[in-house]
Design a binder for this molecule. Structure first.
Ligand code: FMN
Length: 142
C-alpha cells in the first residue's frame, strides 16, 4: 500500500482515509450492505473502504475535491496492489449510511468506494471489458 502514497492531491493535502477490514464477519456484513459482490465474501482477505475527508477542504468551491483526491488515491491503490500480484476490484459504496454506521465513520468523511482484495488462483478467467477509444472521449481544441 505504500506505493500509493505517491498519489497527487490538491495542495498535497492528502485528504483521504482507508478502512482496511479483515474480520470475515465484518466483511460479510459490509458486502451484504454493498449488494454488488454476492457470493465472494470468502475469497476476500481485505475489504478496503476509501473515504475523502472534507476537513481538508476549506469552502464550497472545494466541495468535490475530497471525492477527487480519494478517487485518485483509490486508483493508485488498485494499480499498486495489482502491480505486486494481488487481486484488487473496485466496488461501489452507494449505500453509504448503513456502512458509515457499521464502521463508525465520522460525517466529515465521504464514502467513495470499496476495494475487494484477494489472491488470484493459478488460473483465472476474466470477462472481456472493451473500452472506447480515447478519440471518442477527448475533444481536441487547437
Ligand atoms: C466505482 C466503481 C464501482 C464498481 N462497483 C462494482 C460492483 O459493485 N460490483 C462489481 O462486480 N464490479 C464493480 N465495479 C467493477 C466494474 O464493473 C469494472 O471495473 C468494469 O466493468 C470494467 O471491467 P474491468 O475492470 O475488469 O476491465 C466497479 C468499478 C468502479 C470503478
Amino acid at each position: 500500500m505504500s506505493i500509493a502514497e505517491k498519489t497527487p492531491s490538491v495542495c498535497n493535502r492528502q485528504g483521504y482515509n482507508v478502512y482496511a477490514v479483515s474480520n470475515k464477519e465484518a466483511i460479510r456484513k459490509l458486502l451484504k450492505i454493498q449488494g454488488g459482490l454476492n457470493g465472494h465474501a470468502n475469497n476476500i482477505s481485505y475489504l478496503l473502504l476509501v473515504t475523502g475527508n472534507n476537513n481538508y477542504m476549506s469552502n464550497w468551491h472545494e466541495r468535490n475535491q475530497a471525492f477527487i483526491d480519494g478517487g485518485l488515491y483509490a486508483m493508485s491503490l488498485i494499480y499498486a496492489l495489482e502491480y505486486v500480484g494481488v487481486g484488487a476490484c473496485p466496488i461501489h459504496a452507494f449505500f453509504d449510511e448503513p456502512a458509515r454506521k457499521f464502521l463508525n465513520i465520522p460525517d466529515n468523511q465521504n464514502l467513495i468506494l470499496y476495494i475487494a482484495v484477494g489472491n488470484y488462483p493459478q488460473k483465472v478467467k476474466v470477462p472481456k471489458s472493451p473500452r472506447e477509444s480515447y478519440k471518442r472521449k477527448t475533444t481536441f481544441i487547437e
